[in-house]
Design a binder for this molecule. Structure first.
Ligand code: AMP
Length: 443
């Protein structure tokens, strides 16, 4: 089957031809007829399966020109990077069409974006926060939206965007087609579908939690952080085919630490992105990685979500993510669009439970690799790895106030001491002992 078998049109076929995209992927084959039928769709698809084109192609085929240039298609994605990527894909596909596509995201000038929107916009792609800001600013009219796409829903919900999404839904007309894509079907995602979607058709490109077949996974057991660093050096030194490596870490601080360490060893070859870096820095880092200036890009989970970087040769997990699903997202950066990829995980002792949860989710045991012979096992522990030392709590007696001489005498009015007097005793003092019933009766 090729895209020629899809009910597209010449502008779209020509645009696909220009980028040599010919054979539809499984999610594209499954979703196209359903989206074209106008039904709501929930798609379970990992990044790299071609899900962006799976919704863009039918949306562009169904899109009809309107003179007033009211926005009729809204695509909500979790990160700024993903906005840029979806805008790029939509621009590529609509090369031979007269359609205005705009992307909006935070961290940039709101007024400029409002001004651009005022000039007309057919298809709008944005992050929830910025879309709402523009809505409240009065520069975004969502009343004509006919098609809504929410991409990477699981990520959007885990980032805490549920209430922002709700506010956006409230600004949309009720009659619309809803499409949703998620890599995993979490309880939150199911709840959102139940609340907002109208009897959707559920389409799976791969079962939730299944890694892509074309990714080779291996793991090394290493005792501690410093040995992980030594192993990382060996892995990077000894594999000449490691030309585009995404190196995942779970915290921003660790990302910066590794960046300093690796930059000293591989000068000018290492990039880093995480959410504390500003937008320009992040774009530049990704571009330098894309064009091959950097061979290694160190990234935290959230920021790497949805990054579509072609030809990532290897994913290295310097540590394991807390959420097993994140592991699937991490390794899904490599082996994209049917190419081969490799994922290497460095597992320290306290991460073995995390590995078990990941393996249970994937229903796959990651093969353990023997440590390289030249690996130097470090016995220098980091502060976090040090065993907790329990000390007896010995409290030195405090010096008496009078001994220290540091305090002045209290003023007379402050020398009063609060003495609690029970209500009963107070009444007793005032009115004498109460008479008992017996005494009363005697009278
Ligand atoms: P996505 O899963 O949407 O992030 O897409 C991953 C990558 O696959 C993007 O770079 C797309 O351009 C590419 N892609 C999407 N569909 C196809 C296809 N049918 N054939 C080849 N490449 C594709």
């Amino acid at each position: 089957m090729t895209f020629k078998d899809f009910n597209l049109n010449n502008p779209l076929w020509n645009a696909l031809d220009d980028v040599s995209i010919k054979i539809p992927t499984s999610i594209q084959k499954k979703t196209f007829p359903v989206i074209m039928s106008g039904r709501d769709v929930t798609g379970i698809a990992q990044t790299g399966t071609g899900k962006t084109l799976a919704y863009l192609l039918p949306l562009l085929k169904m899109w009809a020109f309107n003179k007033s240039r009211h926005t009729s298609v809204l695509i909500i994605v979790p990160t700024r990077e993903l906005v840029v990527q979806v805008v790029d894909s939509a621009t590529m596909l609509s090369k031979y069409m007269n359609v205005v596509i705009r992307g909006v995201y935070g961290g940039t000038n709101l007024k400029t974006q409002a001004y651009e929107l005022a000039e007309g916009c057919d298809i709008l792609i944005g992050t929830p926060g910025r879309l709402l800001d523009l809505g409240y600013h009065g520069s975004l009219n969502l009343k004509n939206i006919r098609k809504l796409v929410i991409d990477e829903v699981d990520e959007m919900l885990s980032l805490g965007f549920r209430s922002q999404l709700q506010h956006i839904f409230d600004l949309l007309p009720e009659k619309r087609q809803n499409l949703m894509f998620s890599a995993t079907m979490t309880d939150d995602v199911i709840r959102l579908i139940e609340e907002e979607f109208n009897n959707p058709e559920n389409i799976e490109a791969a079962p939730s939690g299944t890694p892509l077949d074309n990714i080779k996974q291996i793991a090394y057991r290493v005792p501690n952080f410093n040995t992980k660093i030594n192993l990382l050096h060996i892995i990077l030194d000894q594999n000449p085919d490691m030309n585009k490596v995404l190196l995942f870490v779970s915290t921003k601080a660790l990302a910066d630490t590794l960046h300093t360490d690796l930059s000293a060893r591989y000068e000018g070859k290492i990039g880093v992105i995480h959410s504390n870096k500003d937008q320009n820095f992040r774009f530049n880092a990704v571009n330098s990685f894309k064009d091959g200036t950097y061979t290694v890009l160190i990234a935290t989970d959230i920021i790497a979500r949805g990054l579509d970087i072609e030809d990532v040769s290897h994913v290295i997990n310097f540590d394991l993510p807390e959420q097993p699903e994140s592991y699937i997202h991490r390794i899904g950066r490599t082996g994209r669009a049917d190419r081969k990829g490799e994922a290497i995980s460095l597992i320290s002792d306290f991460e073995t439970d995390m590995l078990s949860s990941i393996e249970a989710l994937m229903e796959y045991t990651v093969p353990l690799q023997d440590k390289p012979e030249n690996l130097e096992i470090s016995d220098v522990l980091t502060e976090a790895e040090m065993p907790e030392i329990r000390m007896k709590n010995v409290l030195a007696p405090l010096p008496k106030m009078s001994d220290t001489g540091a305090f002045h005498e209290k003023k007379a009015k402050n020398q009063k001491v609060n003495i609690k007097v029970r209500y009963k005793d107070k009444m007793h003092a005032k009115y004498g002992k109460p008479k008992t019933r017996g005494q009363k009766r005697k009278k």
